[in-house]
Write a protein that binds this ligand. Structure first.
Ligand SMILES: *Cc1c(COP(=O)(O)O)cnc(C)c1O
Ligand SMILES: [Zn+2]
Length: 442
């Protein structure tokens, strides 16, 4: 059976492009493009046949289906040929039962989807495998592409550089100087990308890379590129699959450029359309209070959208004032009875540290989501018996400075409530014994 997909205008003006065309916006009306699938063709398999197929492929060694993304190839990118797929077997990340943290909050059915347990340490790998595979196919078909390029708050560039290096495709990354973590900066350097550190913020880098990519030989890898959303939407399928095809009541997700929440929604809607699920979860978008254009727009019932100048936040990967996928996200939130909440620096840092005390190792963005979770439970929006999944977007190990700063109590605007600094002692048995006894007696 041949399955088809194409790039269609999100504003519904009817314009279509091949997924192998170098185009990021509707050439008729300027709207964003989405990958659309021939869902009638996909109905040739029943819902239970799809579920069985996806279950059977999970962790198979048969290329490329062991990848969490490519195990759903027919729903993601059916046209790419298997030999052009560039995959690190991304996806299939653990859904962590946050048992102790949940009990403390009074929500026992609390789970954290650890999307950062991935090759480059963030969920960005899910989308990048699709984008780079399509580019590899375009290049092997003779399209004159010289490089892939992106602006990034740190994780997109890490993923782009790694996948491009694996494929042998040159990568160019534009980063806001001094605004990404040490680990995020060194990742594309190590992978051999051309790293350009600019004296601006993410939004400033984005404006420049969009102009660079007007030359169609430089392929734009930012999330306005619809291909990445196809890979990222598989997180919705994975979550449902991990609950034996049951839908949770709530998903809480940290958001910046708003591509990931739109992808999440897309995955759920596709499962509903093809009969794998009957209900939809509610979605809560979590923003840093210092970079909160979606939150402000939500306050107006989405009647107004005003880009903001994003302020410096510990949640640096979502320090974005003018999100590209605003239109997509508003559609998603209305389909999922969604809401938007925000977290201050103090709230996000303490929420992450508190979660760490129960065995997690939360990055600051996951901290934003956890802080929002706490608020929603406190005001009764999330109920005690709801099943809740928090999306953890990156690995805490990429944000060592954040962790050290917290436990050293050197973070601005944060009053540390879960500090655990090391005790420095002489190499003396009695001193050590006393310290242990003192600590355990507390
Ligand atoms: C990219 C990113 C986000 C935000 O995703 P958007 O698609 O930009 O909304 C959140 N957390 C981390 C760690 C990220 O890298
Ligand atoms: Zn259009």
């Amino acid at each position: 059976m041949a399955y088809n997909s194409w790039l269609g205008c999100v504003r519904g003006c009817g314009t279509r492009h091949s997924i192998f065309d170098v185009v990021y916006q509707c050439e008729t009306c300027g709207g964003l493009l989405d990958v659309q699938h021939d869902t009638e063709a996909l109905k040739d398999r029943s819902a239970s046949a799809w579920m069985q197929l996806f279950d059977r492929r999970t962790r198979t060694t048969q290329w490329p289906y062991g990848s969490g993304v490519w195990g759903k190839k027919e729903w993601v990118c059916p046209e790419v040929s298997d030999e052009n797929i560039v995959s690190m077997y991304e996806g299939h990340t653990n859904c962590f039962w946050a048992e102790r943290f949940g009990r403390e909050l009074g929500v026992e059915d609390l789970w954290v989807k650890l999307c950062g347990n991935s090759h480059t340490g963030s969920f960005k790998d899910l989308g990048m495998t699709v984008l780079i595979s399509v580019v590899k196919q375009m290049m092997s078909d003779g399209k004159p592409i010289r490089a892939v390029a992106c602006a990034s708050t740190g994780d997109t560039s890490a993923a782009l550089a790694a996948y491009a290096a694996a494929a042998g495709i040159p990568a160019v990354v534009l980063l806001p100087k001094g605004k990404v973590s040490t680990a995020q900066l060194i990742q594309p350097i190590a992978n051999g990308a051309l790293v350009l550190a600019l004296d601006t913020d993410f939004d400033g880098c984005m404006r420049i890379v969009q102009r660079i990519a007007q030359d169609k030989s430089v392929y734009l890898a930012n999330s306005m590129n619809a291909l990445r959303m196809e890979g990222q939407k598989t997180v919705a399928l994975e979550i449902v699959q991990q609950f034996d095809w049951q839908v949770p009541d709530w998903i809480v997700i940290p958001v910046g450029n708003l591509g990931n929440v739109s992808a999440l929604g897309k995955g759920f809607l596709m499962m509903k359309q093809l009969g794998l699920i009957e209900k939809l979860p509610r979605i809560a978008c979590a923003q840093a209070a210092r970079a909160n254009p979606l939150y402000l727009s939500y306050q107006t019932g989405f009647r107004e959208f005003i880009p903001v100048q994003a302020q410096k936040t510990l949640a640096s990967a979502i320090q974005i004032g003018n999100p590209v996928s605003y239109e997509r996200a508003v559609k998603t939130l209305s389909a999922f009875d969604g809401l938007v909440e925000q977290a201050t620096e103090d709230e996000l840092a303490n929420a992450a540290a508190r979660a760490d005390r129960t065995g997690m190792y939360a990055c600051p963005h996951t901290g934003v989501a956890l802080a929002v979770l706490i608020k929603l439970v406190e005001r009764g929006e999330i109920k005690a018996d709801d099943r809740v999944v928090v999306i953890s977007t990156a690995h805490g190990l990429k944000f060592t400075d954040f962790k050290v700063g917290y436990h050293d109590a050197t973070l601005n605007d944060v009053i540390t409530r879960y500090r655990n600094p090391p005790l420095e002692l002489p190499a003396d048995y009695d001193a050590v014994q006393r310290a242990i006894d003192g600590a355990l007696a507390r």
